[in-house]
Each structure stands twice: as structure tokens, then as C-alpha cells.
Write a protein that binds this ligand. Structure first.
Ligand code: ACO
Length: 337
């Protein structure tokens, strides 16, 4: 048994921070950030919690799908910047929306949404679920060293969600990979206050070799798209929509050139949101769904990459009951199998 995506939703904090706002306290400029990354603004949490954002995104996705929280069989949340270490971020969402199903988190950095989809796919394959909520929620602004201009200008906060239902084709192809390397990108865990600890505490902030991540990002997108296309017996040019992790506009440009694909088929959200880690992919997918650009029969390729180093990619084919499919007469009854 496969699945299809029935609904999507997104929530961003209200506070928008521009590049000029950052240059008030950092030695940076709108020109540098725009040219090197393509980012113009990012949304940052002020009074909003990640619970708030994740819940709003989940409620939007459930409403779009016409699914009630009581119908959910599983909630999986992708996050590496949760409000709670325990219980899971997914469990906090479950409490807020009134769900009674199992819930847990996956941590695969910016590729996390694809890893979470793959977990959900397993539940459908084993006949254990009819409705699954997958949420990606990230608050990376709390993991930044705000004196480090090479990292803090890149990230923003936000959450995005997808409701999956049984009965669809599921993945045409999916690939997950991890090339362990803690040097390239790391956020150390909490030091705690154990009286027995004698090791030097490390700040819980993100450090990164940007150039290495840049190369890894381009290579991952190119290799993964070629693999996905080959698995389906098509070419990269036959894929209708590309939903890639939004880390840097130049990573997207370079991958587009190498693949020889139409840049208009690549969803771009990072100018407004910056890098929201694993929430980037569902947010870009939500944009596709809500702008009516998806039609039944079209191929959608998604590729995420990030800390780990980790990559997740998948190819889906939209059908007439999938969220936002152009031929869909959208009422909840249309969506039930
Ligand atoms: N403003 C002004 N100058 C800056 C800034 C800034 N915000 N940041 C760095 N610089 C300076 C550097 O200090 C350096 O100055 P120097 O030449 O005097 O030493 C100069 O700009 C060039 O720095 P580079 O690091 O070579 O700049 P580059 O063009 O490589 O861009 C960047 C850096 C934007 C980080 C790029 O490498 C990148 O986007 N990498 C990918 C990052 C990424 O994807 N991260 C997220 C991964 S997702 C996850 O898993 C969490």
C-alpha cells in the first residue's frame, strides 16, 4: 500500500528580519548576503514557540486535507531544533491538535523531511496507517552564534506540514544516505549541570565549513536527481517540478546548470525565508500546492542535504487525489478511498 499527499500547510513567525536589519549589529551588508546567498529576509521567532508554529502548520495541512486529528494514526516530526528534548516535538503537536496516535521525532538535519516521509511510507506499506501527519519544524535562530556573520545570516525559523493518506502510488523512488562527518557542520548538545562533569562545556551553537557544505549540496542534488530519474526510466528533463533544500541560491543555480534542467521548474523560497533546515522542502512543496502549479500525472522530485552529512531524495507522481492537483474537485469526500 502506498500513500499520497492530501494536504500541506505552513506557519512562519510574524517578525521579518531584513539583511539591512542584520547589518545594524553585524559587519555585513544586503549586497553581500543577496549576492552570495540569494537571501533577502528571514522570519524569526520572538514570542512564538516552535510548538505554536508546528501546530499552526499541522492545522493548516489537516484542514486542506479535510482530515480530523482524531483520524491520525501517526505523527512524525522532523526537527533538530525542538522546543522539548522530551517529550518529542511531534508529541507536543499531538497534544495541541488533540490527536491520540503515536508520535515521535526524526533528526536528519536538512534532509529530515524526506527521512520522515520514508518512515511514514513504512507504516503505509505494513498496513498500519491510513492517515499520517508529517511536520518539519525548525527554530535555528536559537542555535546561532549571533557574532558569526558567516552562519547567522543564513538561517530562519518556520514550520511546514503534510498530511498523507493511504491509497496512492507512494514513492516511485526514494534514497537516504549518510556520510558521517561531524567536522563539516555541527551543533553540540547541551552541557547540562552535572556536578560529576569535568569536561570543558561547548557552546550549543552551529559551526560550519560553508564551502564544504556548498560542494556537498551541489553534488547531492545533481547525483540524486539523476538517480531518481534513472529509477523511473525517465530523464531529469522529464521531471516537472523540483523541490530542493533551500540553503543558497548559488547551490540551486549550479545544480540547475549541471543537470541542464529548466530553472523555472525549481521552486524557490529562500529569498523570503532563508534556510529553515528541514522545513524548507515541505514549505516549497506547500507553495507548489497552493499556487496551483501541480497537475495529475506530473513528477515531483525532492532532494534535501545537510549536516551528517545526510541526503534524502524522492520522486513522487501526483495523482488526481493529491493535494493541489489541477484536475481535483476538492472536497473531503473526494479524498477518502
Ligand atoms: N557578510 C560579509 N562578509 C562575509 C559574510 C557576511 N555575512 N560571511 C562571510 N563573509 C566574508 C568572509 O569572512 C570572507 O572574508 P575574507 O575573504 O576576508 O576572509 C569572505 O566573505 C568570503 O567568505 P567565503 O566563506 O569564501 O564566502 P562564500 O562565497 O563561500 O559564501 C557561504 C559563504 C554563504 C556560507 C557559502 O559557502 C554557503 O552558502 N555554503 C553552504 C551553506 C549551507 O548550505 N549551510 C546550511 C546547511 S543545512 C544544515 O544542515 C543545517
Amino acid at each position: 500500500m502506498g500513500f499520497r499527499i492530501l494536504g500541506t500547510g505552513t506557519a512562519l513567525p510574524e517578525r521579518v528580519v531584513t539583511n539591512d536589519d542584520l547589518s545594524e549589529f553585524l559587519d555585513t551588508s544586503d549586497e553581500w548576503i543577496s549576492q552570495r546567498t540569494g537571501i533577502k529576509t528571514r522570519h524569526v521567532c520572538t514570542t512564538d514557540s516552535l510548538d505554536d508554529l508546528a501546530t499552526r502548520a499541522a492545522e493548516e495541512a489537516l484542514s486542506y486535507a479535510g482530515v480530523d486529528a482524531s483520524e491520525l494514526d501517526l505523527i512524525v516530526c522532523s526537527t533538530t531544533s525542538p522546543d522539548h528534548i522530551v517529550p518529542a516535538q511531534a508529541t507536543a503537536v499531538g497534544e495541541r491538535i488533540g490527536a491520540a496516535c503515536p508520535s515521535f521525532d526524526v533528526a536528519a538535519a536538512c534532509a529530515g523531511f524526506i527521512f520522515a516521509l520514508d518512515v511514514a511510507d513504512g507504516w503505509f506499506a505494513r498496513g498500519r496507517a491510513r492517515r499520517v501527519l508529517v511536520v518539519a519544524a525548525e527554530r535555528y535562530t536559537r542555535l546561532m552564534d549571533w557574532h558569526d556573520r558567516s552562519t547567522c545570516v543564513l538561517f530562519g525559523d518556520g514550520a511546514s506540514a503534510a498530511v498523507l493518506g493511504d491509497g496512492g502510488e507512494g514513492f516511485i523512488s526514494v534514497h537516504l544516505s549518510t556520510k558521517p562527518d561531524l567536522e563539516v557542520l555541527e551543533v553540540p548538545g547541551l552541557s547540562g549541570s552535572s556536578p560529576f562533569n569535568v569536561s570543558e562545556p561547548r557552546p550549543c551553537t552551529l559551526s560550519m565549513h560553508g564551502g564544504e557544505v556548498f560542494k556537498y549540496g551541489v553534488t547531492s542534488i545533481v547525483q540524486e536527481v539523476r538517480k531518481l530519474a534513472a529509477d523511473a526510466g525517465i530523464t531529469p528533463q522529464d521531471i516537472d517540478h523540483f523541490v530542493f533544500h533551500q540553503a543558497n541560491g548559488r547551490i540551486l543555480d549550479s545544480a540547475i546548470t549541471r543537470l541542464g534542467i529548466d530553472g523555472d521548474r525549481v521552486v524557490r523560497t529562500l529569498a523570503d525565508t532563508g534556510n529553515i533546515s528541514s522545513a524548507c522542502i515541505p514549505l516549497a512543496l506547500d507553495k507548489l500546492v497552493r499556487t496551483g502549479e501541480l497537475a495529475a500525472g506530473e513528477y515531483v522530485a525532492m532532494v534535501g542535504f545537510g549536516a551528517g552529512l545526510t541526503t534524502g531524495s524522492c520522486l513522487l507522481q501526483w495523482d488526481e487525489k493529491s493535494a493541489g492537483a489541477a484536475t481535483l474537485a476538492k472536497t473531503p469526500s473526494d479524498l477518502s478511498d
